[in-house]
Design a binder for this molecule. Structure first.
Ligand code: PEP
Ligand code: MN
Length: 369
């Protein structure tokens, strides 16, 4: 799949900003005027708002589109809004919205994405696809594919993090690796980082934006409101246009490559040590799995269940303690433990089933014999 850039003439980073929701014409225009001064590339505002729980503000609807048209006329900024069905698409086309985006709660539903792709077929309007709310890489790629198959080539992706259960520093945990995988699989695809929905709070926006720059995202999407605390939706994560300007000006753009020989030599040394360590990690994990399989054999003999909750709890506590001493984040320890434990369960189940397959086979062959 080959994609064309949404902003062909624009040096990255692409800056997309505007309120979570269009609330009043005045609020939309004030935000746009403030952001025009901060040099953004695209003005965002949600007109139809998919809310997780009913009762919250669900968007101003079609009248908001005429406010976006005024933003275009008055400031010259290009505008974007979220679409979730074919009707939304037709209304946006009618009002001259420049770019559309598909929200996280819509990307999860292939029926909706297909409906949007069909409604857009024959146009070349750019579309940005947010990751689905759950960390399902294929679902994200599938949505991009549906648009591509409908003939749309100016397609970009927006990384907005993934919902999770339990406490986290983030509203939606970033799981950066999934966005990195997407960049690697589709080098021509622009990937934008929606720091507002990842963070869910103002105080960690700047550090998250810097992280996105360091990971070579093509740009940022940020929710901006003239009076953030009074916003009708997502108040805690919105910032003023002025704060947006300060934040983006404070971000460092680091070079992706440098030809300085001293730098290259130092990097090369570290990389070769990292390669050796990676090899060691794989060897250690493989040795661990060998022991896990041995335990599987014993459990099979004694007819003991694969999952031992007490043991898992003790393991998790010990790892958290060690992780804290080694400056590893709790988030990382949890992910590591989850991956290693899942693989251990799979391996033990394999051993236990293999044993029974072998014993079934030997029963059959002895019967036949
Ligand atoms: C939004 O951008 O306002 C929005 C609803 O985002 P998401 O689909 O990422 O939740
Ligand atoms: Mn929002």
């Amino acid at each position: 799949m080959e994609f064309s850039p949404i902003f062909p003439d624009k040096k990255t980073p692409i800056l997309i900003a505007g309120p979570c929701s269009a609330e009043t014409e005045e609020q939309v225009l004030t935000t746009a005027r403030g952001l025009k001064n901060e040099g953004i590339d695209l003005f965002r505002a949600g007109i139809w708002k998919p809310r997780t729980r009913p009762g919250a503000f669900e968007g101003i609807g079609v009248q908001g589109l005429s406010w976006l048209r005024r933003v275009k006329e008055e400031t010259g900024l290009k505008v974007t809004t979220e679409v979730a069905n074919a009707q939304h698409v037709y209304e946006c086309l009618k009002y001259g919205v420049d770019v559309l985006w598909i929200g996280a709660r819509t990307t999860v539903n292939p029926f909706s994405v297909q409906e949007i792709a069909d409604a857009l077929s024959g146009t070349d309007i750019p579309v940005m696809v947010k990751n689905p709310v759950n960390p399902d890489y294929k679902l994200w790629v599938g949505a991009l594919e549906r648009l591509h198959k409908a003939g749309l080539k100016r397609v970009a992706a927006i990384h907005r993090g993934f919902s999770s259960y339990g406490d986290s520093k983030y509203r939606n945990v970033p799981r950066w690796q999934m966005a990195i995988d997407l960049m690697q699989e589709f080098p021509g695809l622009e990937v934008i980082c929606d720091i507002s929905h990842i963070c869910g709070r103002r105080d960690i926006l700047a550090e998250t934006a810097q992280k996105a720059y360091d990971l070579n995202f093509n740009g940022l999407m940020v929710e901006v409101h003239p009076t953030p605390d009074a916003a009708w939706s997502d108040a805690a994560q919105q910032i003023t246009p002025e704060r947006f300007g300060e934040m983006t000006r404070g971000l460092l753009r680091r070079a992706t490559t440098v030809n300085d020989p001293e730098y290259l030599a130092r990097i090369e040394n570290c990389r070769s040590e990292i390669d050796d360590l990676d090899e060691e990690i794989i060897a250690l994990v493989s040795r661990r799995m060998q022991l896990v399989r041995e335990i599987g054999v014993v459990k099979k003999e004694k007819n003991v269940a694969v999952l031992q909750p007490e043991r898992f709890r003790a393991l998790r506590e010990a790892l958290h303690r060690r992780g804290a001493k080694s400056e590893l984040s709790e988030e990382f320890i949890n992910l590591l433990l989850e991956a290693v434990h899942q693989e251990s369960i799979n391996q033990q189940e394999l051993v236990m089933n293999q044993v029974s397959v072998i014993s079934e086979q030997s029963t059959v062959s002895s019967y036949q014999g």
